[in-house]
Structure formats: structure tokens, C-alpha cells
Design a protein around this ligand. Structure first.
Ligand code: ATP
Ligand code: MG
Length: 313
């Protein structure tokens, strides 16, 4: 390759990296906005309903609000639809008013169906239905019906971001609760690697796209819109390391840095953080040490975290 070609390629990569950084920055912003969640982005408009500030969608308080994305809300239980005969008390509805994007929904259904059965109900749930909601007394939109609903089984627990916020707000949270989450995330690596070896790329590892059940310690992926088969969405990035590692380090940072969530008004117990930090440092895991992780490798990190687990027990 001549030097001009190399230069062009390097410049191209720089541009891509810049674009990706912006995407990630915006995503971070929007997920923080969404996941301040229930209270901040939803205002109780009157005694009978809850209105979304993001989408101008309101839902009756007969439904439990679980999450909100750019395109709508996730509610429990799902709204029942003709021809879909399921026990609705076990399903959530992801309601979207992006009417023009139905082909996208069908595409995501296909993507989910193509996921390996091996990890079904272990790392994700493949069951999904799509239906249209006509006029419904429980949902009000500022635009006309029909809207679409994706029905998926309710996954126990909450997304990892919300779980960490709960843990960080409570001085009652024990080390082992954080550590169980951390170990579960570290162990999830094997599944991610397995999927990657089969050329299945999730592309959207994010604290809000991974559900965690604090009782069973099980993690589940949700939100499969970005899956690609064959090639990762961002070819110049290691799909396993960058994303899952950032999830791992956000959990660690939250455990050991009392300032980490300060912007969200979340108070970590200073003494607990300092004590945990010294244990992590002993195993060469520093605050925001994503870079040092890249040097030491994942297996080493996993080993160290298991050691820390024993030490904290
Ligand atoms: N099956 C489920 N069970 C329980 N809670 C869920 C489920 N699916 C989604 N949620 C909750 O709703 C939130 C948003 O869901 P999801 O990530 O699927 O949509 P989104 O990212 O907001 O939407 P978009 O597809 O527009 O990006 C999740 O972070 C989670 O808290
Ligand atoms: Mg999501």
C-alpha cells in the first residue's frame, strides 16, 4: 500500500471514530434523559394518566410504565390484540408511533428469530409479536392511530443503569450486591464471544439494553434493533471489548468512585467507595481503567474480579 493510500485510510478512520464518538456522546445524553425515567421524563398530567415529555404520548395509570425511547413507551401489561392469544400478564408492550417504520419492525423480528436457540431464555428471549393498536382508551397520542406495538415477554428485574442507580442511592447496598452484578456481567462475556464467533453482532451493549435480576443474578439482552449478521456495524471497533468492557467499567466506577453519579444527585457512601477502591487497586483495577484493561486482557480482569469477590465476601 502506498503512503497516500495509508494516509487516506487513516483520515477515513479518524472521521469514522469522530462520528462514532459523537454517536456515543448523543446516545449517552439521550439514555440519561430516558432513564432519569419514570419521574423526570414522565409528568403526571392528571389523576388518570401519565404523559411522556419525549413523545407526547400519554398512558393510563392502569399500565405500569417501564421505559421510554425516542419512538414511544414500554408498558406493562401489553395491550391485548386480536389474534394474539397469550397470557398478557406476562408480556410488555413497546408502543411506537413511527408508523412509517413497520418494515424496520419486521426486520427486527427476523433478526431475533435468527438468533441461536442455545441462548434463548438465557441471554435473550426470542418470542416477539407485532400488532397494530387502533383507538385505545388507555393510550393517547398527539398523532392519529393506529400505532404499532411490539409484544415481548416481561423480563424480571430492571435495566443495569436503573439497578446501579438504586444501589447507589441506598446506603444499605452491600458489596456483594454490586459484586453479583459485576460477576454476572463478566461471565456474560463468554456468550458475547460465542455470538461474535458466529458472526452475530449485537452492536448496542449499553447499560439500558441489559436487564438484570438481582434475585437470580441473570442478565438478559433486550433491544435488538442494531444487530448485524456477518459484519459488525462499526467494523473498526472490536465489538466484544469496547462495548462489554465499557459496561463492566461503568459498574466498577460506580462502586469505587463516590463522584461518579454526582450529576444525577446520587450519593455513594464515601467510606465504602474508598474501601472498595483500595481493594480494586490491589488488583491493579483503577478508576476508569478501560485502557489498562486493554493491556491486561479480559481473562486477567475476570480472574482478578473473582479474587476481589472472595476478598469482599
Ligand atoms: N421485555 C422487557 N421487560 C421489562 N422491561 C423492559 C423490557 N423491554 C424494555 N424494557 C424497559 O424499557 C426500557 C427501554 O426499552 P428498549 O431498550 O427496548 O427501548 P428503547 O431503547 O427505548 O427504544 P428504541 O428501540 O426506540 O431505541 C429498557 O431500558 C427497560 O428498562
Ligand atoms: Mg434501548
Amino acid at each position: 500500500m502506498n503512503s497516500d493510500k495509508i494516509k487516506n485510510r487513516t483520515n477515513g478512520n479518524k472521521k469514522k471514530i469522530k462520528a462514532l464518538k459523537n454517536t456515543l456522546k448523543n446516545r449517552k445524553k439521550s439514555s440519561e434523559m430516558n432513564n432519569l425515567g419514570k419521574i423526570e421524563s414522565f409528568a403526571i398530567s392528571n389523576s388518570n394518566d401519565i404523559t411522556s415529555q419525549l413523545t407526547n404520548m400519554s398512558i393510563s395509570t392502569n399500565y405500569e410504565y417501564l421505559g421510554e425511547g425516542v419512538s414511544g413507551v414500554v408498558i406493562y401489561p401489553a395491550i391485548s390484540c386480536p389474534d394474539i392469544n397469550i397470557d398478557y400478564s406476562k408480556y410488555v408492550g413497546k408502543i411506537s408511533h413511527r408508523i412509517g417504520k413497520n418494515s424496520k419492525l419486521i426486520e427486527s423480528k427476523e433478526k431475533i428469530e435468527n438468533l441461536p436457540n442455545e441462548f434463548n431464555n438465557i441471554a435473550y428471549v426470542k418470542e416477539m409479536y407485532i400488532c397494530y393498536i387502533e383507538e385505545n382508551p388507555g393510550i393517547n397520542l398527539d398523532i392519529k392511530f393506529p400505532c404499532t406495538q411490539v409484544i415481548i415477554p416481561r423480563i424480571s428485574g430492571d435495566n443495569v443503569l436503573n439497578i446501579m442507580k438504586k444501589y447507589s442511592k441506598s446506603s444499605e447496598t452491600k458489596d456483594h450486591e454490586f459484586m453479583d452484578l459485576l460477576i454476572a456481567t463478566i461471565n456474560f462475556y463468554d456468550i458475547v464471544v460465542n455470538l461474535t464467533e458466529r458472526k452475530i453482532f449485537y452492536n448496542d451493549y449499553d447499560l439500558t439494553n441489559i436487564m438484570y435480576d438481582p434475585i437470580t443474578h441473570k442478565l438478559m439482552l433486550i433491544d435488538f434493533d442494531d444487530i448485524t449478521y456477518g459484519k459488525p456495524k462499526y467494523a473498526f471497533i472490536n465489538p466484544v471489548k469496547v462495548y462489554l468492557t465499557s459496561v463492566v467499567f461503568q459498574i466498577i466506577d460506580n462502586m469505587i468512585d463516590e463522584n461518579y453519579f454526582e450529576d444525577n444527585g446520587i450519593t455513594q457512601d464515601r467510606e465504602n467507595c474508598t474501601r472498595r477502591r483500595s481493594i480494586f487497586q490491589k488488583y491493579e483495577i483503577e478508576l476508569s481503567s478501560a485502557n489498562s484493561f486493554a493491556k491486561s486482557g479480559f481473562e486477567k480482569l475476570r480472574e482478578n474480579i473473582h479474587q476481589i469477590y472472595l476478598e469482599m465476601a
